[in-house]
Design a binder for this molecule. Structure first.
Ligand code: DGY
Length: 321
């Protein structure tokens, strides 16, 4: 980039390599304490910067956009998910937004497999037994779980991450079903069974895994009525967004054993997950760490910076929304 460096604020603490590149190429303002700024902090920041590198914890809705200083013209989110952004409202105000697809696909697919295995094989119970010093030794009937081999995996949302999960699940000899807005071509489908209607797929989901965007149409998709459509003892996995699940309904189903186990990495109202999950021995829970590998988080930051660089060079960012 030529001329005076643009002013860029990073709203959270980002991986070192990402911050170093931001400082190299921009007049960068970091947030070394990782203090969430909140709406007022973001508005204040916008007065002195040309662009923002934000995180999924920064909610940029229409109300906030209306208060942002017109100086700030580009907002790059360090995420593939965009449910914290009002892209239309930003466009209307002449603000460009971008996200970071692709680079977290493998990391998220790995966490989905971890959740699937952890839920199916009762990993939380085993861990708790050991840490509470309650293990009395091996027995033939201890902590018997479900084997993934031959089980039917239903994937809702067969984009990049859904396909990466399907690939990994095939290595576990699972049978893949999926529901997606559009049917995939055969070379991508790889023999997976397509269901145009996600609800119609539920009856074959021994394991149900969410990989779709958090669209209003999918709000609390997995509710009490649809849980009844799952096979008895199904396993539910969510690495997408908490809003896809009706927490009260899933907690009731886990308590009743109607759903055998759940593996959840994302929650409604993070970090204040529904307290009903905490005591459940059949809930294997992680704190939204699907993309939390060094490789993925560096690549997400670099991709966000690529978007900012393109914008300030007068080009369309490669991942403009
Ligand atoms: C995303 O990118 O949307 C994840 O949820 C955070 O990595």
């Amino acid at each position: 980039m030529s001329g005076a460096k643009k002013k860029l604020a990073l709203t959270r603490r980002f991986p070192k390599a990402v911050e170093e590149r931001a400082e190299r190429d921009y007049d960068a303002q970091l947030n070394p304490d990782d203090r969430p700024l909140g709406p007022d902090g973001l508005v204040e920041l916008s007065k002195s910067v040309d662009g923002l590198l934000i995180a999924p914890t920064d909610k940029i809705d229409a109300a906030l956009l209306a208060r942002l200083d017109p100086r700030c013209k580009m907002i790059a989110t360090f995420s593939v998910g965009i449910d914290h952004l009002d892209v239309e409202a930003a466009r209307a105000r002449g603000i460009t937004m971008s996200n970071t697809p692709d680079v977290l696909t493998d990391a998220t697919a790995e966490i989905a497999m971890l959740l699937m295995l952890g839920a199916a094989r009762r990993a939380h119970e085993g861990q708790t037994m050991l840490r509470a010093d309650a293990w009395k030794g091996w027995t033939p009937t201890q902590l018997l779980g479900a084997q993934l081999t031959g089980r039917r995996l239903g994937i809702i949302g067969m984009g990049r991450i859904g396909q990466a999960v399907a690939k990994r699940a095939r290595a576990f000899d699972m049978v893949i079903h999926y529901s997606n807005r559009n049917r995939l071509p055969p070379e991508r489908e790889q023999g997976a069974a397509f269901h145009a209607d996600p609800e119609a797929m539920l009856s074959v989901c021994d394991v149900l895994s969410f990989h779709c965007p958090a669209s209003p149409a999918m709000h609390r998709f997995l509710d009490a009525r649809r849980i009844e459509l799952l096979p008895q003892g199904a396993i539910v996995v969510n690495t997408a967004r908490g809003m896809l699940i009706d927490d009260e309904a899933l907690i009731a189903a886990l308590l009743a054993g109607r759903v055998a186990a759940a593996g959840l990495d994302v929650f409604t109202n993070e970090p204040n997950l529904h307290p009903g999950y905490r005591p459940l021995i059949n809930a294997f829970l992680l704190p939204h760490m699907g993309s939390a590998t060094i490789e993925a988080r560096n690549a997400m930051g670099f991709r966000a910076l690529d978007n900012l660089d393109a914008f300030f060079a007068g080009k369309t960012p490669p991942h403009a929304l």
